[in-house]
Design a protein around this ligand. Structure first.
Ligand SMILES: [Fe+2]
Length: 201
């Protein structure tokens, strides 16, 4: 349980290595500071969630979550950035990451146990920029930004409803409320940067 309370110090070496591999992939595409910090914050939360699930006995590949979360927005700014990012990763021989990146914008299904793709997608919905904000704030920001038409508002509401289902699935599987996970785990991008640096020394 210690590694959920102090994720920097107790992060398994294999997970640190996966985060660094993801960062190296992201760096090739010169993502800029803002996007890098967002990707790191999402990865940090996703890793904390995956570790909590793992502690609770769920069969989750924490390294896969870590690496794919870091690269989830590798093609941000391109049309259909999720599909573009997936294609880019496949061209680099990383189909293992590609399917998670392809599915990070919305949830595709809720059958069976919670998946690595679901964790990355949910972590992305809980973070705005490089800060944990929770679903309510994140989706009210989305409505304010994109809710110009009834169709757009309906699309945002649909994504919010699915994110709430995913959050319940996480909390049930981890036997933990997301709030208690977050208060025990620093999510900010700069701190993520610190533990990546520490692990490369
Ligand atoms: Fe994205």
């Amino acid at each position: 349980m210690l590694h959920n309370e102090m994720v920097d110090e107790y992060l398994p070496e294999t997970v640190r290595a996966a985060l660094i591999r993801g960062q190296s992939l992201l760096d090739i595409h010169n993502p800029g500071k803002e996007r890098t910090l967002h990707c790191r914050a999402v990865a940090r939360l996703a890793v904390a969630m995956a570790l909590a699930l793992s502690d609770a006995g769920a069969g989750i590949d924490v390294e896969l979550v870590a690496e794919s979360a870091v690269v989830h927005d590798i093609a941000k700014g391109k049309p259909n950035h999720a599909a573009s990012g997936a294609a880019l990763l496949r061209s680099l021989g990383r189909s293992d990451l590609a399917h998670i990146v392809a599915d990070h914008v919305d949830f595709t299904s809720f059958t069976g146990p919670i998946t690595e793709a679901e964790i990355v997608c949910l972590a992305d919905k809980l973070v705005a920029s490089d800060e944990y904000v929770g679903l309510e704030k994140r989706f009210s920001q989305k409505l304010a930004r994109f809710g110009d038409t009834p169709e757009a508002r309906e699309a945002v509401a649909g994504r919010r409803d699915r994110a709430e289902i995913a959050l319940s699935r996480f909390e049930n599987a981890a036997a933990m409320r997301i709030d208690s996970l977050v208060t025990r785990t620093a999510i900010h991008g700069d701190r993520f940067h610190e533990f990546v640096l520490v692990s490369t020394r």
